[in-house]
Design a protein around this ligand. Structure first.
Ligand code: IMP
Ligand code: MG
Length: 422
């Protein structure tokens, strides 16, 4: 396997966790380069369900090194919990996890600020995961953040923390929220820091040595293209670059060392949180929820659902440079007939072929649909493409063609084996 960037081609929750788990079989190193514990990657293996938030999904395969890169924002208390949770399930973490000393920390005041900002926005809220991600990245951009390297120096950390808490408490008080106790936070964070110390390293150097040795690296994207801070449906986005470029800045691996970009997309569309979703369809959502599908892995919220949006995925292929596609959750459409595909938008009477940059405009876009017949049977046990019903193959071909990338994988269920290589 070449050095591969895996990105979500839609609004997140495309089933990346499972595809990463399958690809990790061939990779040596798996890297997270953006986002924080807002992410939720679900992997089902050997009958056990694992939900990963910060640790790359590669950790479930023995002997694979997992890196949390500089571009990730880390809540150290949550990371320790995740490590301990995995250990309890018998997963070896100790030799296989490396945490960048340059990663920024998510602090308790970030979480409160996230919550307060959302409350104040009322109906205009973003629908964040309330993990403090936006405020943590704001501090990073404002050059006032605390990093893992600070946490490794308790005296320095305490000093910086005290100033940060003082500053944030005056903001919290003005917002009518309870102030944060410096001593409590210092104690919790330093304790977590000591547990994390063995994992901390300069991950850029580690990755470059791995490249020199010819190791193959998989960059696991979190969230999805339309949640990208620059390219998504701003302001209804997350605060990191979820698109392919983010893998370079968030890891320190240069662009020319990347060999391919694999885009993961669902056979339909989902979104959690607020913001435009042109192909949203209440009936389809109802059907998927009744099947027990499409509930958020991090917050448990029911995801909003809609038809496959080829305008969006085509744009996504352009931004990310997607060469190969993995289509997931095909089985979600097993009993849907007919199936709609959005092939264009109409905005103010005119046809548009790319999503407009403004969220309100995108909200006003009316999808133009094409209909395809459904297959009305289970696809769960297909082992190869030829075992899929003809209508399903036609559907996949159509959405791959509209997206403009080569199809390389189809997922028809949560287990490792329910993956068809094309
Ligand atoms: P935040 O990342 O918590 O600030 O949330 C911003 C937006 O991104 C909200 O609409 C969230 O629902 C969405 N979001 C954040 N992380 C994920 C994810 O891992 N999957 C899907 N949506 C996400
Ligand atoms: Mg998810």
């Amino acid at each position: 396997m070449a050095n591969t960037i895996l990105v979500g081609a839609q609004w997140g929750d495309e089933g990346k966790g499972k595809i990463i788990d399958v690809l990790t079989g061939k990779a040596d190193v798996v890297v997270r380069s953006q986002g924080g514990n807002n992410a939720g990657h679900t992997v089902i293996h050997g009958g056990t369900k694992y939900v990963l938030h910060l640790i790359p999904s590669g950790i479930l395969r023995r002997g694979k090194v997992c890196v949390i890169g500089n571009g990730v924002v880390v809540d150290p208390v949550a990371l320790v919990q995740e490590i301990e949770g995995l250990r309890k399930l018998g997963i070896k973490v100790d030799e296989n996890l490396i945490l960048s000393d340059c990663a920024h920390l998510v602090m308790p005041y970030h979480r409160v600020l996230d919550e307060q900002r959302e409350l104040r926005k009322g109906r205009a809220k973003i629908g964040t995961t309330k993990r403090g991600i936006g405020p943590a990245y704001s501090d990073k951009a404002a050059r006032t953040g605390l990093r893992v390297s600070d946490l490794m120096q308790p005296i320095l950390f305490s000093k910086k923390l005290q100033a940060k808490i003082r500053e944030n408490n005056s903001i919290l008080q003005a917002l009518g929220a309870s102030p944060i106790n410096y001593r409590d936070v210092r104690e919790k964070y330093l304790a977590a820091g000591e547990k994390l110390r063995p994992f901390v390293a300069n991950t850029v150097v580690y990755l470059h040595r791995a490249l020199q040795k010819g190791k193959e690296i998989l960059f696991e994207g979190a969230q999805g293209t339309f949640l990208d801070l620059d390219h998504g449906t701003y302001p209804y986005v997350t605060s990191s670059n979820t698109t392919a470029g983010g893998a370079c800045t968030g890891s320190g691996v240069p662009p020319h060392r990347m060999d391919r970009v694999l885009g993961v997309m669902k056979a339909y569309t989902t979104r959690v949180g607020e913001g435009p979703l042109p192909t949203e369809d209440a009936k389809l959502a109802d059907l998927l929820h009744k099947m027990g599908r499409e509930f958020g892995a991090t917050t448990g919220r029911p995801r909003r659902c809609g038809w496959f949006d080829a305008v969006a995925t085509h744009y996504s292929a352009m931004i990310n440079g997607i060469d190969e596609l993995a289509i997931t959750n095909l089985d979600g459409l097993d009993h849907v007939d007919p199936i709609k595909i959005c092939v264009g938008y109409r905005l103010n009477g005119k046809r548009v072929h790319v999503p407009p940059p403004d969220a309100a405009q995108l909200d006003n876009c009316e999808p133009i649909y094409q209909q395809l017949p459904g297959w009305n049977k289970s696809t769960h046990s297909a082992k190869k493409l030829s075992q899929l019903p003809l209508q399903a193959r036609n559907y996949i071909d159509r959405i791959a063609k509209l997206t403009g990338a080569r199809l390389s994988m189809i997922s028809i269920g949560p287990a490792r084996g329910q993956t068809i290589a094309v």
